[in-house]
Design a protein around this ligand. Structure first.
Ligand code: ASP
Length: 348
């Protein structure tokens, strides 16, 4: 079989640094010398090319930068069978989610990976993450008569876990299994063999598209006991705001204070789309379970099911740029675009 052509895109993050022998400080790794550092790459049956964006710590991520990454992948799409994006772990779940919405029907693997320890450190997790990410990106679908790639979506490979990108979440600042998928199973069991869950892998159809513009008029209102209606009103008065995510309690609950609900209703009247996303990492918003949640649904706050915060934020940014009024934004948001939410009738 011809080896798959894989493009490795370096965007920054810990994985790309090495310890300077003299000072011990971290400095950017020269990826041109990747093969010298990781000779195991030669054993992978892929043809590997490399491109770099100006490296950043992923805490400096912006919507413009997502546009840059998405454009690069879209314009290289026909030249490669798969892509590996090296990225800092801090906002990896946001970038993976954003790319899944910015590149609909991409139909090829975009595997994000990174590491907790720099690639030049002896105990680095970067080497294994990188090698397996490349292997996953280069995997052909043996059941496909047209020899397409097996993975056809944005995924995160980290610490032995292959996760749907828009289901991923960084949960650990130190452990090697830093990213998890709280509400959706892993897409593969990775051990001696990589055993893919074919039943879970997306099979997108249709022409690949690029949505490179995002509307960043999205905010997150995190509820805390005794939050004042004024504080909420203040946040909902941000100029240019298009959508706000209410981080509610439990299964989607919030205070019943009429003043608080009145502020939400007023924001909606100004055209702001409100979404109910729980503060819990695991589980789903079931806004009719308690009166405290039903109150939100009654005034028009959209219950978001089991979507992660990262996916909700980026989905809203992509969709707000495409839909100018609140109700068409709502209609688009309710749709499952890239496997980011479990349909309501199958949740329980
Ligand atoms: N702060 C780093 C980043 O997200 C951490 C990492 O790479 O893991 O870029």
């Amino acid at each position: 079989m011809t080896p798959a052509r894989i493009l490795l895109v370096y965007t920054g993050g810990t994985i790309g640094s090495v310890e300077d022998a003299d000072s011990g400080a971290l400095r950017p790794f020269e990826f041109e010398h990747l093969r010298a550092r990781i000779p195991e790459i030669e054993a992978l049956e892929v043809q590997l090319d490399f491109e770099s964006l100006s490296p950043i710590d992923s805490s400096d991520m912006t919507a413009e930068r997502w546009g840059e990454i998405a454009r690069l992948l879209f314009h290289r799409r026909d030249r490669y069978e798969g892509f590996v994006v090296l990225h800092g772990t801090d906002t990896m779940a946001y970038t993976a989610s954003a790319l899944s919405f910015m590149l609909p029907q991409f139909g090829k693997p975009i595997v994000l990976t990174g590491s907790q320890l720099p690639i030049g450190v002896v105990r680095t997790d970067g080497k294994e993450n990188l090698l397996t990410a490349i292997e996953i990106a280069g995997k052909w679908d043996s059941a496909d008569p047209d020899r397409g790639p097996l993975v056809r979506e944005v995924v995160v490979y980290f610490g032995d876990d292959l996760l749907r990108g828009n289901r991923s979440h960084k949960q650990d600042a130190e452990g090697f299994q830093a990213l998890v998928s709280p509400n959706f199973p892993a897409l593969a069991e990775v051990g001696v063999h990589v055993r893919f869950r074919r039943d879970l892998l997306l099979r997108p159809r249709g022409e690949a598209k690029l949505y490179e513009q995002l509307d960043t008029g999205v905010t997150v209102v995190h509820l805390i006991p005794s939050i004042t209606p004024e504080a909420v009103a203040h946040q909902l008065a941000i100029p240019g705001l298009r959508a706000a995510i209410l981080r509610t309690y439990g299964s989607g609950n919030a205070p019943r204070d009429p003043l608080f609900l009145g502020i939400l209703s007023a924001a909606q009247e100004r055209g702001i789309f409100l979404v109910n996303v729980t503060q819990c990492t695991v589980g789903s918003v079931d806004a009719n379970r308690y009166v405290t949640g039903a109150g939100l649904t009654r005034i028009g706050v959209e219950p978001s099911l089991d979507i992660t915060l990262e996916a909700a934020v980026t989905k809203l940014m992509v969709l707000a740029a495409l839909h100018q009024d609140r109700e068409s934004l709502r209609a688009a948001f309710k749709m499952d675009l890239a496997g980011e939410q479990t349909p309501a009738d199958t949740i329980r």
